[in-house]
Design a protein around this ligand. Sequence first.
Ligand SMILES: NC(=O)c1ccc[n+]([C@@H]2O[C@H](COP(=O)([O-])OP(=O)(O)OC[C@H]3O[C@@H](n4cnc5c(N)ncnc54)[C@H](OP(=O)(O)O)[C@@H]3O)[C@@H](O)[C@H]2O)c1
Length: 82
Amino acid sequence: MLEAKYLAWKERTRDMIAITGATGQLGRLVIGKLKDKVPASDIVALARSTAKAANLGAAAREADYDKPRRWSAPSTEWTHCC
Ligand SMILES: NC(=O)c1ccc[n+]([C@@H]2O[C@H](COP(=O)([O-])OP(=O)(O)OC[C@H]3O[C@@H](n4cnc5c(N)ncnc54)[C@H](OP(=O)(O)O)[C@@H]3O)[C@@H](O)[C@H]2O)c1
C-alpha cells in the first residue's frame, strides 16, 4: 500500500528513487523492500554493470563511482539515493 507521504511527494515531482550499489547485498535488500512500498517504475537501480542489475525488477542504469561522466541518467531525475 502506498503511504500518504509518498503519494504527496509524487504529486509534486516526477523524480524517481535511485539506489546506489544496487547489485550488492544491501542494495538488493533495499530494492526488494522498496518494491513492496512503491511502484517498481519509480525505482532506478544504479550499478557498474547493468547486466548484473537486470534481474532486480527495476530500471537499471550504469553508475560507476570511478566514472561519473558515464552515469547514464541525469541525476536531476533522482530524489533519493542510498
Ligand atoms: N549488508 C549490510 O547489512 C550493511 C548494513 C549496513 C551498512 N552496510 C554498508 O553498505 C555498503 C554496501 O554493503 P553491501 O553489504 O551491500 O556490500 P557488497 O555486497 O559488497 O556490495 C557493494 C556494492 O557496491 C558496488 N560498488 C563497488 N564499487 C563500486 C564503484 N566503484 N562504483 C559503483 N558501484 C560500486 C558493488 O557493485 P558490483 O556488484 O559491480 O561489485 C555492489 O553493488 C557498505 O558500505 C556497507 O558497509 C551494509
